[in-house]
Ligand binder design. Structure first.
Ligand code: IVH
Length: 669
């Protein structure tokens, strides 16, 4: 036994190192070198060994990332060095003033260089590392005292549990921002909507809510991310400048925003501000400005701090995406699950270059909470990709003629009486044949979280539904190019492409089909779990309630919803028709693990020495990846050969992972 334990101890050390290495490649560098299944295999081996020898579990074991039993409350944490906030600059002139102040203060310094960093719109946290081990993490709180959220922070894969490198500092207090990427936010809200849960208004709120969960297992399920931007005291590492400090943090395995720029002059700072403002809407996360810091840490020290803000840094806020306009009316939209959502109809107003004429109102409670009335002047805001929302009415501008919002008693589409289910904020139309619900379900089916059929977006589905060509899901697979071609706005080419895209979706995975069907409480994550467990539609349809309940993450409510769905004779008939029309999920060509580039989109620039372009593309496709011919945010890797073109700089700006030929060879090996 003692021997066995020694063997386990050694093996666990190897596994922890391996998992930390691959976690860093995946979550920090976005350059995985093994397939997900291989990672999972290592992880399972670790869990099994730790279960056998619980005394061998260490604080830096990746098993600690899944979260633990809920806390009663968070403990207070005294920050060794106060977490300051920043002064704001709202114009180029104010930035020049900032520089003038610095030069006056320093007297003998003729020229300053700066680091300009995106200002992440998330939550400030401090991570304490002792001899390389992550021992404590906290929120900013009032700047002096924050809350101990160590367990929650451990669930964030981008935060290393142990610093990389041979000789970590005795003490390192990393400062940075926890945030939620826009894609993760959107997906999470879609999942919540599917599960009938309340939605988060924006990624920042979602990140804040997730971090302040007392149950870290819930935090672990949220797509949180982290960027480091500094440390509490420059004396903790020997770096002369902020720019080198950030490079050092990267060497420690921490994630640093690739859009950080070293600016030798204030002119470059201003240029970078313009650049960030320009690419802001295309980033996969929200930034609310740019932070400018004096590069020299010695000068930072000389400049020192005021009461709550440092003299050596300033925040250049972006103009808020807000405007005022009038609430003209409230419309009621019926979603695919029958939920009736109020939508504000606004006098059109330009906000950050986009004309806004509608805003979401979520539900009746929201209208009541904000005390909105028809005719009100309202403050509207738009954040990144998020749907515009009304912040508040401007009560002082009321004339007395404003009308309260009346909720409908009947479905605006089919006239059926609306019901409010126990404990739900939403009104719901429960007519299974409601045309609005049917159209919404069809739009969901072909849309991004469904079968993702190119050419069958919302507008097209509305057209096909109005023309009575598609009444239910199987009708999609019966569409012929000749029929589509005759419709307004179609040509033979677009018709053929659409039908080809429909045909291509016939072999989509079971998970995709399940998510597309829009079964209540079954979003993409649950769908993937169902596929993993049941493999085929037949198995799933035959699964009992008890069997469903054994699937990870599926509780009573979800299991019951799945049983209800498949128990419905109309659903059974629909699925049978789909089968006859050739929709056959689960016939995967190769198991996941054999396609290491699944999900990767590569773009090549410059010439490679050991492959022709065509050969390289062929290899990528064979390994399950895609090759793109132009730069977009879909691209996951730019492969940069000899004499790269302008794509390189653009890719850097978009924060896309850039690899050289050697990196490419590793990727495909
Ligand atoms: S430096 C003393 N750098 O902005 C230096 N802050 O008011 C203070 N923030 O809540 C922070 N991105 O969390 C710094 N690149 C960045 C930042 C950043 C976002 C947040 C920070 C704090 C607020 C400062």
């Amino acid at each position: 036994m003692a021997d066995e334990k020694e063997v386990a101890r050694k093996r666990l050390r190897v596994l922890r190192d391996e998992l930390a290495f691959h976690g860093h490649r995946y979550y920090v560098l976005d350059q995985p070198v093994i397939a997900d299944v291989e990672y999972d295999r290592l992880f399972r081996e670790l869990l099994a060994l730790e279960e056998k020898f619980p005394e061998l579990v260490t604080d830096d074991s990746p098993s600690q990332r899944v979260g633990g039993a809920p806390l009663e409350k968070f403990a207070g944490v005294q920050h060794r060095h106060a977490m300051l906030s920043l002064e704001n600059a709202f114009s180029d002139a104010e930035l020049r003033d900032f520089e003038d102040r610095l030069l006056r203060f320093l007297k003998d310094t003729p020229q300053l260089s700066y680091v300009a960093e995106p200002k992440m719109d998330g939550l400030a946290v401090e991570l304490v590392y002792e001899n390389g081990l992550f021992v404590q993490g906290s929120t900013r709180g009032d700047g002096r005292t924050g809350e101990d959220i160590t367990r929650n922070l451990k669930t964030i894969a981008a935060i290393p549990l142990r610093l990389q490198g041979e000789s970590p500092p005795v003490l390192l207090e990393v400062r940075g921002e926890v945030f939620m990427g826009s894609a993760g936010f959107k997906k999470m809200n879609e999942e919540r909507a599917a599960a009938g849960e309340s939605l988060f208004a924006n990624p920042r709120n979602a990140a804040a809510g997730s971090l302040r969960q007392l149950d870290s297992r819930l935090t672990a399920r949220r797509p949180l991310d982290f960027y480091a931007y500094g440390i509490s005291d420059p004396a903790q590492v020997a770096c002369p400048t902020q720019h080198e400090l950030l490079a050092q943090l990267m060497d420690f395995g921490l994630k640093v925003n690739p859009l950080v720029r070293l600016c030798p002059k204030m002119d470059e700072v201003i240029a970078h501000y313009r650049h960030l403002l320009e690419i802001r809407a295309r980033l996969d996360y929200e930034i609310d400005g740019m932070v400018v810091k004096v590069n020299s840490l010695a000068l930072q020290e000389r400049l020192g701090n005021k009461a709550r803000t440092p003299r050596w840094a300033v925040a250049c806020k972006f103009p808020a995406f807000q405007a005022t306009t009038r609430l003209l009316a409230v419309d009621f939209q019926v979603g695919r699950t029958g939920v009736v959502t109020p939508v504000a109809i606004l006098e059109p107003v330009a906000i950050g270059g986009v004309t806004v004429s509608r805003a979401t109102l979520h539900n009746e409670e929201e209208i009541k909470r904000k005390d909105l009335r028809i005719g009100d002047r309202v403050l509207v805001q738009r954040a990144g990709d998020v749907i515009p929302e009304i912040v508040q009415p401007i009560i002082d501008l009321r004339t007395g003629g404003e009308e309260p919002v009346a909720m409908p008693g009947h479905c605006p589409s089919c006239g059926h009486t609306l019901v409010r289910e126990e404990g739900e904020a939403a009104l719901r139309c429960i007519n299974g044949h409601c045309p609005a619900q049917r159209l919404r379900s069809l739009i969901h089916f072909t849309g991004k979280t469904g079968m993702d059929i190119e050419g069958l977006g919302k507008k097209v589905m509305e057209q096909l539904f109005a023309e009575k060509l598609v009444n239910d899901i199987p009708d999609i697979y019966a569409l012929r190019p000749e029929t589509l071609e005759r419709l307004d706005g179609w040509a033979s080419k677009s018709a053929e492409n659409a039908v080809a895209a429909i045909a291509a979706s016939q072999n989509a995975s079971l998970a995709r089909l399940l998510s597309a069907l829009g079964i209540r409480h079954v979003g993409e994550v649950t769908a993937a779990q169902l596929e993993e467990r049941f493999q085929t539609m037949e198995n799933l349809m035959a699964a009992s309630l008890e069997e469903l309940l054994t699937v990870e993450g599926i509780g009573e409510q979800v299991a019951a919803s799945i049983r209800d769905y498949f128990g419905d004779p109309a659903v059974q008939k629909m699925l049978e028709r789909l089968r006859q029309l050739g929709v056959a999920p689960g016939k995967r060509v190769a198991p996941l693990g054999e396609l290491p580039l699944r999900g990767a989109v590569l773009l090549f620039t410059g010439s490679l020495s050991s492959f022709s372009r065509d050969e390289a593309k062929g290899v990528v496709k064979k390994l399950g990846g895609q090759v793109s011919s132009s730069l977009s945010r879909k691209v996951t890797h730019l492969v940069c050969g000899d004499k790269p073109g302008s794509k390189l700089q653009k890719a850097e700006e978009l924060g896309i992972t850039i690899i050289d030929e050697k990196g490419f060879q590793q990727l495909i090996s």
